[in-house]
Design a protein around this ligand. Structure first.
Ligand code: 7GP
Length: 841
């Protein structure tokens, strides 16, 4: 830390500091100041980008005013802090959300209008920080919002990727990936802390030596192959209606200060600079694999790098407050967002034992009381495991530590299950069958005091399937924390018209107390209210229609049912089942032009992992069907298909409020929770879904009569698989299904080319891992009921209102409160705005 300056009497940042005003005049002044003094522009020549930047900086000033107060309060109180460690934080655009949480959205709109600027245009300028793939990363972002809103001292620790998730373009119907240069013109929200820096070792070997002293303790030295410096970039995350901005601290890799001096002195300037370039590649790009592990060295290095920086940062904070680390676990609790940061278990042991010379048993006791682990997937291929050789080469010391943890752990297993060799093999941290691997989920479970799944069904399956042996050993560790989403971004910001109607109907306050939405229930029977409700949905659909025109160059009819499936493209999520329904409907409409069905616009959105061929083919099928249906004049006003490119947080904010029908159609037992399902429900869409993930709980909340349920449940899936599932039997037994599949195979959607979709059709007929054909008829029948319900628009509106009224449970505030009491044992800390003197900074 730098030298502290002497205290001064004058308050620097005051409670009543007029420079930090939130009124219209103050915002205009602040905006113009930032335009001139930060952007060096005068209004006549300022670009839209300059204006966005100026407004963002003016807002940031107001966040930082609260931030310093928060930091001071936490320091003074020594508050217990939650550290949410995640390789992904899919935070989305920040300006609109910060205006909402500061309570100045309307003032900002007016201030900008008085300066001749349109706030929506400014909001539109913001690059999306796409620092995540999908559900797991977005959940982390929702949780930061709730942590701050609930005034819980918390730090989010992650990686400042220079390139986030790729931008998806559609070229000739196929997905193309473009790099996401979100930092091209800098982010106004990130504050660099070059003096919060740590040098992180990677690779090399270890040296073991007994100390010369009487104790003759074994000392281990890690001699690395390279050293990478991590520096902190902080983003303030403000809570709604409170003065708490928590810290999202993202680590960026650089070359260490004294990089390759040998090379430099020898006059090899380029080699020295090379080190810099190599170091920087570490945090260059987010891996775009969703629920699939790639197993590259660089990915392991990323994981280790951000975890190592974060733990050193926490230790630094702890040693500022206390003389040693014996109470580390009392001051910090670390939530591991899946296994990506689970190397932290071995790293904390390394720091405590090797650097701080703690005895193993004490270090292990602290470690086990520090960590808690959340599992996010039921797919076996998504459970992380690292090839042993690769791991050992990258983290030689951690390999030894994991072996030691494993030996002690297996001793415990032997006592519990005497003579059971099979259970030892299954539970070992090291997979010894065939190619050898380190099992990161096992490391996470062994090193944590709590393990949770993300929806009731998922948490049961964690206990009965994926971590069964561990549940038998330590049943007390296991719990459920059903996911939630933030209503600030996904209702208040995304759907202002519906939010206003709710305000007018039940009063304000529901947005931080979402169970109050229940008070809307009586209005479901009020025809005047239902009409207003429909008007709002119509307005949101018209807005989306304009977006669809802009990005997909397609016309959509706002009078039709908006039937939406947006999420990562994955076979288990079954976007192709949705397409089978579309083709079925198309065929029936062609065969019977007088068929009475609700007109539909079926909207798809989502990215496929660049190396996932089947997922890319599913996108191709969607665009091909969209193309053919779109060209057919007989489908006008009846059926339309849209592939919405580059689905992300920002476009989600236009999509959820406009949806009538939410497609949640994964094979039962595969989707851990889902969170899009909750965002749709909060915006008044009805769900068609299977008994999977949090759908089960949505159904429970809204009641069967307000939910379109279809398909097999998890036990039925298991039973069918046990009996030997043969998809071709379904194809042969169901003439309509055969027609639909044959149409895909015939080249009808690809100008006669029969080869394009062959892998997809063959796969369905011969393997069909996710059992589309078994659920097909049930899905078609259920869609028929959806159609009938939609035509009865009074009934539909009633169901829609009840869905919103019963969505309160899915607020991330509820989820975070459960984590706080059941896992983290943390209390809120209220932040008051007081006068601060320079000394406080
Ligand atoms: C997702 C799950 O697929 C989704 O069901 C859940 O709602 C979400 O996490 C949040 O809990 N998982 C991932 O995004 C993921 O990458 C692999 O999981 C570790």
């Amino acid at each position: 830390a730098g030298a502290r300056s002497a205290p001064v009497a004058v308050p620097l940042v005051g409670r009543d500091d007029e420079r930090m005003g939130l009124g219209v005049e103050a915002l205009k002044r602040a905006f113009l100041d930032r335009l001139v003094y930060s952007q060096a522009r005068f209004p006549e020549v300022a670009t839209r980008r300059d204006c966005f930047q100026a407004l963002a900086l003016a807002v940031r000033d107001r966040l930082l005013q609260r931030w310093v107060q928060t930091a001071r309060t936490y320091r003074d109180k020594g508050s217990r802090t939650v550290c949410y460690m995640s390789a992904e934080f899919l935070i989305g655009p920040q300006l609109g959300n910060n205006l909402i949480n500061l309570g100045i959205f309307d003032n900002a709109r007016q201030a900008m209008a008085e300066l001749g600027l349109d706030l929506d245009m400014l909001l539109d300028q913001e690059e999306e920080p796409g620092l995540g793939n999908g559900g797991l990363g977005r959940l982390a972002a929702c949780y930061l919002d709730s942590l701050a809103t609930l005034e819980i001292p918390a730090i989010g620790y992650g990686i400042r990727y220079e390139f986030g998730i790729f931008t998806q373009a559609i070229r000739d119907g196929w997905q193309a990936e473009l790099t996401d240069k979100w930092l091209r013109s800098g982010s106004p929200w990130l504050i660099h802390r070059p003096n919060v820096a740590f040098d992180i070792k990677i690779g090399g070997h270890t040296e073991h030596q007994y100390e010369a002293s009487a104790s003759r303790r074994l000392r281990v030295q890690w001699v690395p192959a390279k050293v990478v410096r991590g520096t902190a970039w902080d983003m303030p995350v403000l809570g709604y209606g409170v003065n708490t901005p928590n810290r999202l601290r993202l680590w960026s890799a650089e070359a260490p200060e004294e990089f390759d001096f040998a090379a430099f002195n020898a006059g090899n300037y380029y080699q020295a600079v090379d080190a810099e370039v190599l170091s920087e590649t570490l945090t260059k790009v987010l891996y775009p694999n969703d629920e699939m592990e790639a197993g590259q060295t660089l990915r392991l290095e990323q994981q280790y790098f951000f975890v190592a920086c974060s733990l050193r940062d926490m230790i630094r904070l702890q040693l500022q407050r206390e003389a040693d680390l014996s109470r580390f676990h009392e001051k910090f609790v670390v939530q591991l967002n899946d296994t990506h940061p689970s190397i932290a278990v071995a790293e904390l042991m390394h720091l405590l034992v090797d650097d701080y010379e703690m005895l193993w048993d004490e270090a292990w006791s602290i470690t086990q009381r520090t960590f808690a682990y959340t599992n996010h997937t039921l797919l076996p291929e998504a459970l992380e495991k690292w090839p042993l050789r690769l791991f050992q080469k990258t983290l030689p010391r951690h390999y030894e530590i994991i072996c030691e943890i494993n030996e002690r752990f297996l001793d415990e297993v032997r006592i519990r299950f005497p003579g059971d060799e099979a259970v030892l093999r299954r539970m070992s941290l090291i997979d010894e069958d065939g190619a050898r691997y380190i099992r990161m989920a096992h490391l996470a479970v062994v090193g944590s005091f709590a393990v949770n799944g993300v929806a009731a069904l998922h948490s049961e399956l964690v206990k009965s399937d994926i971590l069964k042996d561990f549940y038998e050993l330590w049943p007390e560790k296991f719990r459920n924390k059903t996911n939630g989403v933030t209503p600030r971004r996904f209702v208040l910001l995304a759907n202002p018209t519906m939010s206003q109607l709710i305000d007018e109907t039940i009063g304000k306050g529901w947005v931080t107390d979402m169970m109050r939405l229940r008070e809307l229930e009586p209005y479901a029977d009020d025809p005047a209210f239902r009409e207003k409700w429909r008007g709002i949905k119509r307005g949101n659909k018209e807005h989306l229609v304009r977006e669809i025109k802009r990005v997909a160059h397609a016309d959509a009819d706002p009078a039709s049912m908006f039937d939406v499936q947006v999420k990562r493209i994955h076979e288990y999520k079954r976007q192709h089942l949705n397409l089978l329904h579309v083709i079925s409907l198309y065929k029936r409409l062609k065969d019977n032009p007088n068929l009475v069905v609700a007109p539909r616009t079926v909207i798809f959105g989502g990215k496929a992992a660049p190396g996932y061929r089947m997922a890319k083919l599913m996108i191709r099928l969607a665009t091909a069907v969209a193309d053919i249906v779109g060209r057919d004049p007989a489908m006008h006003g009846r059926l339309q298909v849209v592939f919405f490119p580059n689905y992300n947080v920002k476009s989600g904010q236009s999509i959820f409020p406009a949806a009538d029908l939410s497609e949640q159609i994964s094979l039962a037992g595969k989707e851990a929770s889902g969170t899009g399902n909750m965002k749709f429900q909060m915006n008044g869409a009805l769900t068609i879904g299977t008994l999977d993930g949090a759908n089960v709980e949505i159904l429970e909340q809204v009641g069967e009569e307000n939910f379109f349920l279809f398909g097999m449940n998890t036990p039925e899936v298991k039973e069918l698989r046990r009996c030997g599932y043969r998809p071709r039997d379904y194809y042969e037994a169901n003439p309509h299904l055969r027609e639909v599949i044959d149409l895909i195979g015939s080249g009808f959607f690809t100008r006669g080319d029969r080869d394009v979709f062959r892998p997809l059709v063959d796969h369905l007929l011969n393997h069909d891992e996710y059992m589309l054909l078994a659920d097909f008829q049930s899905y078609i029948d259920c869609q028929e009921k959806v159609s009938e319900a939609y035509i009865d628009y009074e009934r539909w509106s009633r169901m829609s209102i009840l869905n919103v009224a019963r969505s309160g449970f899915f607020s991330s505030d509820r989820a975070i409160k459960e984590y706080c009491t059941d896992i983290w044992r943390v209390e809120p800390v209220r932040i008051e705005l007081t006068d601060l003197s320079e000394d406080d900074l």
